[in-house]
Design a binder for this molecule. Structure first.
Ligand SMILES: *Cc1c(COP(=O)(O)O)cnc(C)c1O
Length: 395
């Protein structure tokens, strides 16, 4: 695998040189004011990226999965009921984690390729007159299927039912890349990690807690130690952590969030949309379709591309890696072998995206898939030339 080529997996994403340098720093005393100069701006920037005025931001040495565990254990008690849709590998894994923690999950089975069925949620929450459901779990962007769900609609469903359940959102592959409004959508806990939209190596779980989620912590009895936000709050108040922080990653996070805010979140989202749309034009030119069932569900961070019936899509990923040194994503779970994924999030430009499209095209031609060389590239080129006025190059 060549390290010169960008990766087209939906995380970890490409790391800009400046961020690599920020992560690589000498050891400092992590209980000194110097550490506070890294920690506090990083947390403030994360709050802005989450589009929240008042969220408590917590950053753990962990990954997105640890972020889920932090959300659950700090707010819920054994036997608590939670509501979730299963529409892909990540929502499935979150449901599995809830069960392993002794939570009672009401699962809404949803075809992979569809989004969260907000109207089903509304019906279930309306019927729950005793308010047994304590939290609604929503995966904003199903990275396995390339489906973006409508979180505002989930919030409307909860409100229409007049239900007090907390709203937890997995934004691991959307936050910092696609529109996300913690306050505007009434999100109680937002969960993400460092290695996707934030363009960093893996190693941080990043969360925003609303006041309501903070209050739920007072009565929650699920066991928690490492992920206890009460210990973390005390640590932050004293410029530190309850244990050793990942100082270099936090320094990188301070820079990465600053870069996103400097580019402007709207510009970041527009860039992701433009790059994604170019990829989609290419997919169409190849005569292929997406796993996402309809255009309103298309993800701007990852495209899961269906190949022809009976063809093992994983072969595309394997050959791209061995012959051209380029990484694409395989299909996961129910869509394993049926799709391959092009990740298009993080530090990426139109021109970088073209190299991924060109590679996928070569591989499909090599495998006899009847894709005409240049067809997808040309479709994307036309779009990148004319499709969007803003042409500001990404970092
Ligand atoms: C990547 C991802 C995760 C898992 O995050 P890790 O950092 O690998 O633990 C969870 N949810 C979604 C939607 C993801 O894309």
């Amino acid at each position: 695998m060549s390290m010169q080529n960008p990766v087209f997996i939906p995380g970890p994403t490409n790391i800009p040189e400046a961020i690599r340098k920020a992560v690589d720093m000498p050891t400092i005393d992590h209980r000194s004011p110097l550490f506070g100069e890294i920690l506090h701006p990083a947390r403030d920037n994360v709050r802005k990226v989450l589009r929240s005025d008042s969220a408590e931001v917590f950053i753990f040495p962990s990954t997105g999965t640890g972020g889920w565990e932090c959300a659950l254990t700090n707010t819920l008690s054994p036997g608590d009921r939670v509501l979730a849709a299963r529409n892909g590998m990540f929502s499935q894994r979150w449901i599995d984690m809830c069960r392993r923690h002794g939570l009672d999950v009401e699962v809404v089975e949803t075809p992979w390729g569809e989004g969260i069925p907000a109207e089903r949620f509304e019906a279930i929450l309306s019927a729950d007159r005793g308010h047994a459901i304590k939290a609604v779990l929503a995966t904003h962007n199903e990275t396995a299927t390339g489906v973006r769900s409508d979180i505002a609609a989930v919030r409307r469903a909860i409100d229409a039912a007049g239900h007090p359940a907390l709203l937890f959102v997995d934004g691991v592959s959307s936050i910092g890349s696609m529109e996300f409004r913690m306050d505007g959508w009434g999100v109680d806990i937002a969960v993400t990690g460092s290695q996707k939209g934030f363009m960093l190596p893996a190693g941080l779980a990043i969360l925003g807690f609303s006041a309501k989620a903070m209050a739920a912590g007072a009565t929650a009895t699920l066991p928690r130690t490492f992920f206890d936000i009460r210990d973390m709050e005390k640590g932050y108040a004293a410029n530190g952590y309850p244990y050793t922080p990942a100082v270099g990653l936090l320094n990188g996070l301070k820079l990465a969030t600053g870069m996103l805010l400097d580019e402007g979140l709207e510009a970041v989202f527009a860039r992701h949309h433009r790059i994604a749309e170019g990829v989609r034009r290419a997919v169409h030119a190849w005569g292929l379709g997406l796993c996402a069932a309809s255009p309103d569900l298309y993800s701007d961070t990852v495209s899961a591309i269906r190949t022809t019936e009976g063809f093992d899509a994983t072969r595309i990923v394997t050959l791209a890696a061995s012959k051209y040194g380029v990484a694409f994503g395989t299909g996961l779970g129910e869509v394993a072998g049926k799709v391959f994924r092009i990740g298009h999030l993080g530090s990426l430009t139109d021109v970088m995206a073209l190299s991924g499209i060109a590679t996928a095209e070569m591989v499909m031609a090599d495998l006899g898939l009847g894709v005409r060389l240049g067809s997808g590239v040309a479709a994307a080129q036309e779009y990148y030339r004319h499709g969007a006025s803003a042409k500001k190059a990404a970092a």
